[in-house]
Every structure is written in C-alpha cells, then in structure tokens.
Design a protein around this ligand. Structure first.
Ligand code: TTP
Ligand code: MG
Length: 402
C-alpha cells in the first residue's frame, strides 16, 4: 500500500472544555464534569487544572473532591457535546472527504490525496487547530502519521493543544520505549498479561515472535499484538456515508471479576441482549443467528451460534436464544468476558408481529423504546437486571427503593 497521510484529532478535556467555553466563570479553574442521571457519582472528565491535582476520569466524585476541594462540579449534557463535535467534524471535512468519526470527541481524516492542495498535512493541522480554537473556543490535539494507530498515538503525545507528526521512518524509534498500554488496542488485561511475562514496552513486544504471541493469546489476538508492536495498521479511514451496513450487531462486557456462576453470566447476557435488540430496532433490522462468546480467564475463547427460522429484534428473544446456547455448556474455568451478537441481518424482515402475543410484545417493546429514547437509556429495563450487580453496573442501573 502506498504511504498514507492520516490525521487524528482529539479534543482536550472535552466535556469540561465545552462547559468552560460556555461559561467564562469556569475558565482556568479546576472543573469536573460528571455523568447525568445514573452516573452522577463519577468524574466523566476533569479540566487540565483539576488533573494537576491528580484527578482522573472514572474517579468517584468524593474521592476527586478530596484531592481538589476547590473544584466546580458540573452535570454533563452529552447531546450538547455531540452537537459541538459535529461542528468540529464539519471544519475537518473541508480538508478531505474521507472523514471517520471515531468517538464523541475524536475523528480521523485521510489526507493522502488532498494534503498538497492545502500546503501539506502539518499546515492543515495548524490551521484546523486554530479554527477550532477561535470559532468554538475549544482546545484540541492533532496527530499525523502513516496510519490510524500511529496518528492516534501522535495526537496523545503532546496534550493539551499539541500537534505531533510521526513519519513512517520514525515509527520504530517512537515505539521502542513506548509503554505497551499507551498503544490503542492494548487494554488493562493485555497489559497485565504481557507485564507478567516481563514485557513492558512496544519494543520488547516486537521482539517476541508472532508464533509465540499466537501460542499465548490465540490466533486473532496474537497476530493483532504482533502488528501493533510494529506500528502496522492497514485499516482504512472509513467515511460515514461509505460504511457498509452492519452485517451483525453485538456487545461484549468484561466482568469486573472473573466468575463461574452461570446466574451472573446469564444476567450479563440479558443486559447485553437488551442493548443489541435496541440497536437492531433503531436500525430497522432483525437477524436469525445468535452467537454467544465467552472468554475464559486464560484468554481462550468459546463461541457458539444458533440459527433460528425466524428473525429476532427483541432483546428478550435474543437473550432466550443465548441462554439455550449457554445451557448446553459446562464451564471449564472462570469467565472474564461475555458477548452476544446477532447476524444474518435483514432490513426487510422485522420480527414477525402478526401472531397476537408477538404483536402485544412488539407494542410493549416499541413503547419502552420511545420512553428510553426520550428519557435516556435503561429508564425502562427488565427488572431481573436489578438483582445482579454486574448487569446493573454494565447498564449503569440504579435500584430505586420502591
Ligand atoms: P477522552 O478524549 O478520553 O478525554 P478528554 O477529551 O476529556 O481528555 P483528553 O484531553 O485526555 O483527551 O474522552 C472524551 C470525552 O468522553 C470526555 O471529555 C468525557 C467522556 N468520557 C466519559 O464520559 N467516560 C470515560 O470513561 C471517558 C474515557 C471519556
Ligand atoms: Mg479527548
């Protein structure tokens, strides 16, 4: 593949910066933005002034206030942040049509074909950062690299307000001493598993043969780690309007503690199935094949599918199929991750609704969707979920003392 020029933009302390831009009184002060409704007790993000006191995303508010008592706590409004970031992506889109929104505050831009027209990728990064600052009053950091992995790493290197370019011939040098956990794709579990084998930097990881990584982590994860360690990433930047319609929809959840209790696994499966059902319905899709995935403590993965003669889009039906798959299983060791997905999707075959009991259930599900659309995810959810702490945590459910 010819060398590419990829830009990655990530907003700095995004939620807190939006609040400060809207309210001059907050500027320059330590600010925490907390979630609304169900997660009011943790810090979603902290301004850089608050980070100087050691406050981090995910900390309990009381813990964060103990570190930084003068902080101002603001309740977040995700819809507003999504709206603001859309304005950022509009500015980005002027430099290339190949724009992929990656999360609520980051996006990739493929500049390979267009950089020259604007005086080079570094010039684009400088102008873009300045535009975001002057028009929206918001700081962002930008990375440039030969692929998405390296561009994303680059944007994180000089935060806040940074611009970092890593050229193809610099990749090996940058990765040599980089702690593995700083690379996108190496989460805490892989970090721990690699650290336990004495590997702490990408350079050390690159020394391990792909065959050995495959023996340790299985074929898929092993190959992926070998590529990451070498800074290889061939994923294209996929513009939103070119993304193929999803062929399957699924969710995964890594348990807070490994378990061999089937009741916990079933409860998590129900929470995940409800989410999958909601996404299917939002997309006007339904599917016939349900796949359950379990990852055991040693990272070996179990996956079984069942194909039905009807199309499903109701979370409970998806769960019920998943539960039957699980029912045949004898756990060989504690489980660390549970996943469920639906494939064989069709947009023509919504769940059959003409049987009277299915029609009643469909109306109920549609009403719940309307309530959840209007008042937020999981305002209405299966009561069973309330009794399982793991499912509750996944869904951020609160138990109300009725
Ligand atoms: P990040 O880009 O991870 O964080 P950030 O923009 O606040 O700070 P940084 O300068 O380090 O990029 O996430 C973007 C927003 O997403 C963040 O402002 C708040 C929200 N968020 C959560 O609500 N929960 C989370 O666990 C994380 C990581 C982010
Ligand atoms: Mg950010």
């Amino acid at each position: 593949m010819a060398e590419r020029i990829i830009l990655h933009l990530d907003m700095d302390a995004f939620f807190a910066s939006v609040e400060s831009a809207a309210n001059p009184w907050l500027r320059g002060k330590p600010v925490f933005v907390c979630g609304n409704r169900h997660s009011r007790t943790v810090v979603a993000t902290a301004s850089y002034e608050a980070r100087a006191f050691g406050v981090r995303t995910g900390m309990a508010i009381h813990e964060a206030l103990a570190l930084c008592p003068s902080a101002i706590v603001v309740e977040g409004s995700p819809a507003k942040y999504a709206d603001v970031f859309q304005q950022v992506t509009q500015m980005m889109g002027r430099y290339s049509p190949t724009l992929e929104v990656y999360s609520i505050d980051e996006a990739f831009l493929d500049l390979t074909a267009t950089a020259e027209r604007f005086g080079g990728s570094l010039a684009i990064a400088r102008v873009l950062q300045e535009e975001v600052r002057t028009r929206l009053g918001l700081p962002c950091s930008i990375g440039l690299g030969p692929n998405k992995l390296i561009a994303k790493l680059a944007s994180s290197m000089k935060k806040p307000n940074g611009i970092t370019e890593i050229r193809a011939d610099e990749v090996q040098g940058v990765l040599a001493d980089l702690p593995i956990e700083e690379l996108c794709g190496i989460g805490p579990a892989f970090q721990a598993a690699l650290n336990a084998r004495g590997i702490t930097t990408c350079g050390e990881l690159a020394q391990v043969s792909p065959e050995r990584l495959i023996a340790w982590f299985g074929s898929c994860a092993g190959r992926q780690l070998a590529r990451l360690a070498r800074g290889i990433d061939e994923r294209p930047v996929v513009a939103g309007d070119q993304a193929p319609a999803a062929q399957s929809m699924g969710h995964l959840h890594t348990l807070s503690r490994d378990t061999d209790d089937p009741a916990v696994i079933r409860a998590v499966l129900l929470a995940l199935s409800e989410k999958v059902g909601r996404r299917l319905r939002a997309d006007g899709a339904a599917g016939r094949t349900v796949t359950v995935t379990l990852r055991y403590r040693d990272f070996t993965t179990y996956s079984r599918a069942r194909t039905l003669d009807r199309f499903l889009d109701d979370g409970y039906d998806i769960y019920d199929t998943g539960r039957r798959i699980l029912g045949r299983l004898r756990l060989s060791q504690p489980v660390r991750m549970v996943g469920i997905s639906v494939s064989g999707l069709s947009r023509e075959m919504r769940q059959q609704w003409w049987l009277p009991e299915v029609a009643r259930r469909s109306r109920l599900v549609a009403s719940c969707d309307r309530i959840n659309d209007r008042f937020g995810e999981a305002t209405v959810s299966p009561a069973t979920l309330l009794y399982d702490p793991e499912a509750r945590q996944h869904y951020q459910l609160k138990r109300y003392p009725f």
